[in-house]
Structure formats: C-alpha cells, structure tokens
Design a protein around this ligand. Structure first.
Ligand code: ADP
Ligand code: MG
Length: 284
C-alpha cells in the first residue's frame, strides 16, 4: 500500500527538529509499502521573494530543492532508506478564480505600517490574528506533468515530491509558462495521493487537527468524522482560507475519490497520527 505524508511549511524549522520527530513514522510507513512525502513552503518562499525578484515558479523550485534536500538528509542520516527529491511540475489554469482573490499567506508577519508600505509597492497584504502577511493567488493543481518519471524513480525509494505545492506552470499555445502563484501543497498532496492510488493520507501541521469554532472559548477538536459531515462544517466556514480549509478540502477530496482514510494532526505527534490517534480522522 502507498502512503502519503504531508509536512506543513509552518511546521518546519531551519534545523529540521520537527523532521527528526517524524523519522519513526516515516520508517513505519515506508516499510508497509511505498511512501511519498510532500511539504509546504509558505514561510520559506515568502522570504525568498523578499530578496530575489524572480518568478514564484522559480522560487518554488528553489524551495523544493532546499527543503526537500534537508528532509532527505535527515531521513538518510537516520535510516537506511534511499530517498530522492523530485522537482514536481504542476499544471494550473490561468483562468482559475484564485487569480482574482489571493488567499495564500507567504513569508513573515508585518506590522500595520510595514504592510501599508508593501501594499504601496503593489503587493497584496492581508490581516491575520498575529499581524499582516503577503498573500498570493493559490490556484488548484490540475495535473502533475511529470508524474510518470516520479513513478519510475520510486522503486523502493521514499520520494519527496510536490514540495510547496509543486512548481506552478500553465500551458499557453503549447508552451509551458511560469505562473505568479503558490499552489497549496495540501491540494497537490491529494492529487498525488489520488494518482498513486494511496489508501492513507496524513497531513502533519502545527495544531492537533481541525477544530470547530477554532480560536473561540468553545473550540473543540474534530476527532473522527465522515467526509460528508466534514463537508457540512467546511461549508459552515469553520476552516480558514489559506490554512486549514485547503487541508480539509484536500482530505474530503481524497477520501471520496480513493475511498481511503485521511488524517490531519500535529507533527509533534506523528507516531500517534499514523495510528489515527490524537488527531482528526476523516473516513468515507
Ligand atoms: P501548514 O504550514 O502546516 O500548512 P497552515 O498555517 O497552512 O500550516 O495551517 C495550519 C493553521 O491553520 C493552524 O496553525 C491554525 O492557526 C489555522 N487554522 C485555521 N482554522 C483552523 C481550524 N478550524 N482548526 C485548526 N486550525 C485552524
Ligand atoms: Mg498551509
């Protein structure tokens, strides 16, 4: 059986301390079949964009290499499992409505006056609980353009793929073009899980799972739920755009398409999450 494990960009630290906490889970999942690891890049791609004025497609490729390689090194130093980082090319549509409504936060938090200065330079800033962040369009991934190469490379190796949602590309009159967007890695994760016919998808982040009334006094963790009921909560607006909503949507999509089980949980409890404990479990 193929497993897909996704690691949040916000759950990653530069010393890869949190990755060390997932090594046991990674070993277990790999030994049961195949394992694909995806990861986010929100904080990291935003930092790069501040200093390098390159296309977000190129900057995402940079973060795939950089973060992917750091994860590979941790895995190979702590296990005997061969691991490869796969620069993943992902097709999006320039007609995606995300281009009219940027929702994906990237980079660090700014004060109100810093945010005002940046918006004067043409960037879109959005207010979050902890301050302002740059937001960029986050179109849905349509197709993994080089998935066949990835399948060929797998053969007993752990594949680190779809990092930062993959390199966003569009096809215009037969030519591949860069796209100024960052795909949410949660959607790319479920697309990869679907294409590889995975039966389990785990999304590790910096909270214990999806909560109802998150941030309020009466917040409560959703423990075990059917996809249809989760869809009801999604429509009621319990999950924030650009953070928890993409995870929940990706899980519902995966569960319905693959008839598999998805879980969202804390990276610090990776061993529990892969046993479907102490996290949000979404079933068909
Ligand atoms: P990652 O880098 O792992 O993708 P995100 O920041 O995108 O992390 O998503 C996780 C964040 O989602 C949490 O830190 C939390 O602040 C936020 N969030 C928004 N709504 C909810 C909710 N209903 N339940 C849990 N977390 C939520
Ligand atoms: Mg995220």
């Amino acid at each position: 059986m193929v497993y897909v494990l996704s690691i949040g960009g916000n759950a990653l630290d530069s010393e890869m301390k949190n990755i060390k906490l997932t090594i046991n889970a990674i070993k277990k999942l790999h030994s049961r079949g195949g394992l694909i690891i995806t990861h986010g890049n929100g904080p990291q791609v935003g930092e790069l964009a501040r200093v390098e004025h390159l296309s977000l497609s190129i900057l995402t490729a940079q973060t795939e290499a950089e973060i992917g390689y750091a994860i590979k090194k941790e895995i190979e130093n702590n296990t005997h499992i061969k691991t490869e980082v796969f620069l993943t090319e992902v097709l999006v549509s320039k007609k995606d409505k995300a281009f009219c409504n940027p929702t994906k936060p990237i980079g660090k938090y700014y004060s109100k006056s810093e945010a005002y200065g940046l918006s004067k330079k043409g960037l879109t800033l959005k207010k979050f609980e902890k301050g302002y962040r740059r937001v960029v369009p986050s179109p849905k991934p349509i197709e993994i353009l080089n998935i066949e190469s990835m399948k060929k490379l797998m053969k007993g190796r752990i594949m680190i793929a779809g990092g930062g949602g993959g390199i966003p590309l569009s096809k215009e009159r037969g030519k591949i073009e860069f796209v100024e967007a960052v795909i949410d890695k949660d959607y790319t994760t479920s697309l990869i899980a679907e294409k590889l016919k995975a039966k389990r998808m785990f999304i590790l982040t910096n909270v214990d799972g999806a909560y109802l009334d998150y941030g309020k006094k009466e917040e409560r963790l959703i423990k075990d739920i059917k996809a249809d009921e989760m869809l009801k909560y999604l429509k009621e607006g319990h999950f924030e755009e650009g953070s928890m909503k993409p995870k929940v949507e990706a899980c519902i999509d995966f569960v319905k398409k693959n008839r598999g089980i998805a879980a969202i949980g804390n990276i610090k409890k990776a061993d529990k999450v892969i046993k479907l404990e102490e996290c949000t479990v979404i079933r068909p």
